[in-house]
Design a binder for this molecule. Structure first.
Ligand code: WTA
Length: 653
């Protein structure tokens, strides 16, 4: 199962290193000695000082493997910590978000006082339609300020939510609404995407038809595209929210238990059904805000921009909750990096004098492909720290990022973590770490990862690659999978009893620095988005013409990995370019455009072992156009060479 690629360029890059500058270290939030602190004392102090409590916690943590609880006995509210207390502390005039719509000149500056007024109005509006403590709410929106108001209003009311990325299909949305049994859905008429309007409401309609528990929707008018409003079910946001009181006293923040469910984030796993990753309240807030403070070196005058989408965990932790708890000024951008032109990001950095940028390696490689001249048109000299997340960053992209965006001057923080982690676990600290391009550096304080071999033995630093595990609980870790204890235990805790298995391969070098090597399971990572091979296979087989499908990934210079599907059509029919386009669209319809295969190879048969298991490793070899591995367990070895011939002429987009 381990990735067989020896990463030669990584081995060479171990030699290349960038020590922190004395100037940066002198002013850094994490000072020398940071790692020497006692982790429990550290998290105890961060919990007490960084967060405000209605009732202080009495016990730091409880660990009954595989279940952790943190900050036990406390009462707390996420919205109060993110908004109200900052206004009470005199920060009402501080900017919370500089928001930019995709259409140029569509901008808003939202102070903490504005944010509080909007969130209170929103919470009052939501309450008028029956949303209260314990109501389950689905959210399907684009990158608009109202998405942030929605998440904060729901935490103010104590209503657990799940945000579904706006690029997901109706089936993906209804699957999540049904699994969480959401009674309400917050959505919008349309969202902007590269100058076009994506019809969110029509997708939401199809999803709600298939989600009987979801009987009420609230629809924000964003693009004024035509929508059908269903009497009694659908309500316009402006009718529900606009006339409400914005007085915080009219809607106080609901005191929540530290361990109360705050939200679910569905994530692709190794089966067809996405898993509802459970995040609770206090540990999540402490973990995200603390890591945000130290990793990005947040200061009162920081202008911070995480260019992810709030529909993913990165946006939850590092656009919404982490930064707001720290009273940070953030930038939030609605659209794509190339609208209206390829310098949109750099224009935004110049306009708001952004000091911290956090984005995905795919975005960096895209900018690299477009060329540095777009960045050169703008003043990026305000940048102090630049970060990357979501996939391994190849050393070439790392160096390009530092040189062309960071002016050859800024630390680059390559942060490793997952939906399940809630917060960054392995990362450099910008004033302390000697950086190596391609390495995520060291565990954050209190995090105890290890790399294990097939037998569960720890592999010593410098001695090779294995399975990445985490041995101790951390504050923002998942509290389980929603309504599925068996799957929780099986997925993360069964391969190596007592430790959390991340599903990534990694190695540790002689300096103790971690090098991530990609997934070791049937999860792919395309443009930083997690996709499941099985989920895409199910989507393909769902098409009436498909008899069988196997999905794998090949390396891709731009997107990290690309989806390659091997498909056998019913009745021994041959594939055609039309059928290829039709199947790609079908996957887009069932899961979402991000899951469409880059390439489909039609084949009369799939290679299988005698017991009938599809030989994925072989297909991966074919997909990579690599020489074939061992085929002796194949039922019909001729199938492989035939597939390889077809793949060689297969057309990538
Ligand atoms: C991958 C995103 C290498 C990894 C926050 C992980 C990374 C999966 C890095 C989680 C990194 C994330 N270097 N690989 N810095 N960050 N990954 O749940 O394979 O969307 O398991 O969370 O992304 O993706 P997820």
């Amino acid at each position: 199962m381990m990735p067989e690629t020896t990463n030669i360029s990584n081995l060479m890059n171990e030699q290349r290193s960038y020590p922190p500058s004395a100037e940066f270290t002198a002013q850094a939030n994490a000072q020398p000695g940071f790692y020497d602190q006692d982790p429990d004392e550290f998290w105890e102090r961060e919990g007490r000082e960084r967060l405000s409590w209605f009732t202080p916690f009495s016990t730091l943590k409880e660990w009954n493997p595989p279940y952790a609880k943190w900050y036990l006995g406390g009462k707390i509210n996420a919205c109060y910590n993110a908004v109200d207390r900052h206004v009470e502390n005199g920060l009402g005039d501080k900017v919370a978000y500089y928001w930019e719509g995709e259409p140029v000149d569509d901008r808003k500056t939202i102070t903490y006082a504005d944010l509080q007024r909007e969130v209170v109005k929103t919470a009052n509006g939501f309450a008028s339609l029956g949303i209260g403590k314990g109501t389950h709410v689905g959210v399907y929106m684009g990158m608009v300020p109202e998405l942030v108001y929605t998440m904060l209003a729901l935490t103010r009311l104590g209503a657990p939510f799940t945000v579904v990325f706006g690029g997901f299909s109706a089936d993906s949305l209804s699957g999540r609404l049904n699994d969480m049994q959401c009674t309400h859905l917050i959505t919008q008429d349309g969202s902007y995407r590269r100058g076009k309007v994506f019809d969110l409401k029509a997708t939401a309609d199809t999803a709600m038809d298939a989600a009987p528990s979801t009987t009420t929707s609230i629809v924000l008018k964003r693009c004024s595209n035509d929508v059908v409003m269903h009497e009694g079910r659908d309500h316009w946001w402006h009718d529900v929210v606009d006339g409400q009181s914005d007085d915080p006293a009219s809607r106080p923040c609901e005191p929540m238990d530290s361990e109360d469910l705050m939200f679910l984030m569905y994530s692709s796993g190794t089966t067809g059904k996405p898993k509802g990753v459970v995040h609770s309240t206090a540990g999540y807030l402490a973990g995200t805000s603390t890591t945000h403070h130290y990793i990005f070196d947040i200061k009162p005058d920081t202008v911070y921009w995480c260019a992810a989408d709030i529909g993913w965990i990165t946006g939850h932790s590092y656009i919404v909750f982490g930064p707001l708890v720290n009273a940070t000024t953030s930038v939030m951008y609605e659209g794509t990096p190339d609208f209206p032109d390829k310098d949109r990001w750099w224009e935004i950095i110049e306009r708001y004098k952004v000091t911290v940028l956090y984005c995905a390696p795919t975005a960096i490689r895209t900018h690299m492909k477009w060329g540095p001249e777009y960045a050169q048109k703008h003043d990026l000299s305000t940048l102090k720290v630049i970060g990357s997340v979501g996939e391994p960053i190849n050393p070439e992209a790392w160096v390009w990022y530092r040189d062309h965006i960071g002016g050859g001057r800024t630390p680059v923080v390559d942060t490793w973590w997952q939906t399940e982690n809630g917060m960054v676990l392995i990362t450099p600290l910008p004033g302390l770490s000697t950086l190596k391009p391609g390495s995520a550096s060291k565990p954050f304080i209190g995090i105890e990862p290890a790399v294990l071999d097939d037998h569960g033995e720890e592999i010593a630093p410098g001695a090779g690659a294995g399975y990445l595990v985490v041995k101790k609980p951390w504050p923002a870790m998942l509290r389980g999978l929603y309504n599925d204890d068996a799957r929780y235990k099986d997925t993360y805790w069964s391969r190596f009893p007592g430790v959390y298995m991340a599903g990534d391969g990694a190695r540790v070098d002689a300096d103790g620095d971690y090098w991530l090597m990609g997934r070791i399971d049937d999860v792919m990572n395309v443009s930083g988005h997690r996709l499941s091979t099985i989920e895409i296979e199910s989507a393909l087989v769902d098409h009436p013409d498909v008899a069988e499908a196997a999905v794998t990934a090949r390396a891709d210079a731009l997107t990290g990995q690309a989806v390659v599907a091997f498909v056998t059509l019913k009745g021994g029919r041959d594939g055609s370019p039309e059928k290829l386009a039709e199947l790609r669209d079908h996957v887009g319809k069932v899961i979402g455009a991000i899951a469409k295969p880059a390439n489909i190879v039609f084949t009369p048969e799939l290679p299988k072992t005698r017991s009938g298991k599809i030989m994925r490793r072989l297909l991966r070899d074919v997909a990579e156009h690599r020489p074939l591995g061992d085929t002796t367990t194949l039922a019909d070895p001729t199938v492989v060479s035939e597939i390889a011939d077809r793949a060689a002429v297969g057309k990538d987009e």
